[in-house]
Design a protein around this ligand. Structure first.
Ligand code: NAP
Length: 247
């Protein structure tokens, strides 16, 4: 029996990459998982794959940056399952550009999805989690939100903001038995990082003591731990998953 047996979870950005792996892992540990993103075809595939392995999964389409859609998926989870134990805010985008060339739209959209989207989801889940006197919020930030990165003023601001927001939520909701933590991955091999040049990858690789890039499963394992009983006394933390890139 997995350590999340009987729990319910919602994962945003579950259609591919890290979010897909988080959804799979939480289901493997026994949770019923609502997979959320905007691409219906991919979401159907992910929840089908989970079900084929004997897991419990459903999907819902939502752009997390739109309040009504974010609230709608939280409502769906609570209505269908009676409670929502775990919220994983993983949906995220990049629109990289050097500071002087960065367009307003590039700044706005990244902040809207990565930071406002997570805020909207957290705000919507607060009431049901407070009512049930417990819950787990895991926000997928980035190491870049701690150390910055050239060409990513918008992305690093969104991820740094997400860490700070997580800590405020941890302080606000802790007395109700709700924990909030941020996971900060480094380079993880997904579609998002395929945009990097070979030169950028080589430079980064040399600075990773564990001598490899991360896999979505490396992040999913940490999220599953934070969602389970082993993390009962952990809140407001930034867990860095970077193979030792930063110490
Ligand atoms: P990815 O492969 O590009 O996947 C991003 C996911 O977010 C997709 O499922 C996408 O689904 C969803 N998404 C994007 N905009 C959305 C929106 N408005 N509403 C709902 N869902 C939305 O990226 P990834 O590498 O797996 O990254 C996942 C998370 O980890 C992100 O927050 C990212 O910033 C963070 N992260 C990644 C790395 C890395 O090296 N890969 C490192 C540090 C942090 P649809 O397209 O179907 O909407």
């Amino acid at each position: 029996m997995g350590h999340l047996e009987g729990r319910t979870a919602l994962v945003t950005g579950a259609s591919r990459g890290i979010g897909k792996e988080i959804a799979r892992k939480l289901a493997e540990e026994g949770a019923a998982v609502l997979c959320v993103a905007t691409n219906e075809g991919l979401l159907r595939e992910v929840s089908g794959e989970i079900a084929a392995k004997g897991g419990k999964a459903a999907y819902a389409i939502a752009d997390v940056s739109r309040a009504a859609e974010a609230e709608g998926v939280i409502e769906k989870a609570v209505k269908d399952w009676g409670r929502l134990d775990v919220l994983v805010n993983n949906a995220g985008i990049t629109r990289d550009n050097l500071l002087m060339r960065m367009k307003d739209e590039e700044w706005d959209r990244v902040l809207e999805v990565n930071l406002k989207g997570a805020f909207l989801m957290c705000r919507a889940v607060a009431r049901p989690m407070m009512k049930q006197r417990g819950g787990r919020i895991v926000n997928v930030s980035s190491v870049v939100g701690r150390i910055g990165n050239p060409g990513q003023a918008n992305y690093s601001a969104s991820k740094g903001g997400l860490i700070a927001m997580t800590k405020s939520i941890a302080k606000e909701l802790g007395s109700r038995g709700i924990t909030a933590n941020a996971v900060c991955p480094g380079f993880i091999d997904t579609e998002m990082t395929q945009k990097m040049t070979e030169e950028q990858k080589k430079l980064l690789f040399g600075n990773i003591p564990l001598g490899r890039f991360g896999k979505p499963a490396d992040v999913a394992a940490v999220v599953a731990f934070l969602a389970g009983p082993g993390a009962d006394f952990i809140t407001g933390q930034e867990i860095v998953v970077v193979g030792g890139l930063t110490m």
